[in-house]
Design a protein around this ligand. Structure first.
Ligand SMILES: [Zn+2]
Length: 115
């Protein structure tokens, strides 16, 4: 069967798009899953005030860390590298972390800077 060259190009473009679209969805789901898992493993509540809203992962000792969290990036936007860890790295890092809500986290960061 002969396929019109334009039709072929279109199919290729569609294929490429689908491939990369699925990849994006996969990555997004994986990050969400890892994040949910980390929050659950860390208790699911802020260790200071007990809220379940606006939770963030905090390194208990700021100098003892192998992973970066959102706050390590100047932009404050990206920085989900914590969620790319392998299982072993993840388990090694987990005891060094705690969950804090956005406000308690901010407070802790301010105190650490003041010292
Ligand atoms: Zn809190």
């Amino acid at each position: 069967m002969r396929i019109c060259i334009n039709r072929k190009r279109l199919l290729e473009a569609e294929y490429w798009y689908t491939l990369h679209k699925n990849k994006r969805i996969y990555t997004k789901n994986r990050l969400a899953e890892r994040k949910a898992m980390m929050y659950k493993d860390l208790g699911g509540i802020c260790v200071k005030c007990g809220t379940t809203n606006d939770l963030e992962v905090d390194h208990i000792n700021n100098n003892d860390r192998n992973i970066r969290t959102v706050h390590d990036r100047a932009s404050g936007k990206a920085g989900l590298s914590a969620y790319y860890l392998t299982g072993r790295e993840y388990l090694g890092e987990l005891p060094k972390c705690q969950l804090l809500c956005r406000f308690c986290h901010h407070e802790k960061t301010m105190q650490e800077r003041a010292h």
